[in-house]
Design a protein around this ligand. Sequence first.
Ligand SMILES: [Zn+2]
Length: 377
Amino acid sequence: MKQQLTLSNKRPKTITILGKTYQLPIYLPDATLGVVRGLSSSQVSQTGIQGVVINTYHLMTTPGTEVLDAVGGIKKFMNWQGLTASDSGGFQLFSLIHKNPKLGKIIDDGVVLYSGEKQQKKTLFTPENSIQVQFSIQSDIKICLDDFSPIDASPKRLKESVERTISWAKRCKIEFEKQCKIHGFTKENRPLLLAVIQGQRDYDLRRYCGEELAKIGFDGYGLGGWPFDEAGNFDYEMCRVNAEASPSEALRFALGIGSPENIVQLRAMGYDIFDCVLPTRDARHQRLYTFAKDPKTIDFSKDEKWYEYLYIGRGLLATDHSPVSSWCDCETCSNYSRAYLHHLFQVKDNLAFSLATTHNLHFYAKLMELLQKKSEI
Ligand SMILES: [Zn+2]
């Protein structure tokens, strides 16, 4: 179902964090380990991308907080001038435990991890730890550790996950304020802290979670849970309930979303920040995004096809000397043909990944630009 792209006047159009202003909406590709795979930070910046998401759990493991503290945070480490958001590290831990319950368990204190030969070594990762590591990372946007409930969770487990998410968010806020003092941040000039709303498809529970988190007070609220229904269809209704469950003046972060179509629809619901692996992962799998018409003429409220996929590995393209997209002025489209990119994938050269990723990120950056203009109306 199409959403009307009419935004509430209360939606923020820009966000200023630590002295730097960013236009909204903003899309953040994954730089999980402190790198957008295959691209240097300056190459990422040249695509028009304004920010990246990095992964707290992975960075805590490698290079570790000692290295990050010594260098002065991830931005300096990867020489990145744009926005950085760090996740809480929770999602990786829960996926790990969900796949193999022998590796750990979730308790009220935090996440217990078992390691060593007979899983005899125990380590506890708490909401406080998550915030402390995010201060070592020195990200602009930090996210509270939440209890992610699997899609097949029982009502009892779902309720438990929501209560724990609220209680952990309280602890994260206390630790965040403590760390802000330690690092000399003032109330007016400090990083942002976002909480995540859980509750899956129990909408009363999701609304309750949003209300309780709003009482604690955060700079923004994230879309928690799995946004697909049992049949694998994208669940716009859940996203809408989640948006309505968060205070209208706060930032809304659509965690892990999404396809270009998802982003357009969720922007209409007032989501401001998106992060997703799709454009970078698709690029490595030879799937490129192109506008179906001149982007200046796209009307998102019309039911028309405005983007399509180009499968660069298709044999037909071996002799196609046109650029990937005639509507694109990225580094790849300005300098190379479809045939050359097809050839690079054929010979499995790393340049294929870099050029394809560059193009897809530029497409997402351009999409944000179109939506930002829409917000100005
Ligand atoms: Zn391009």
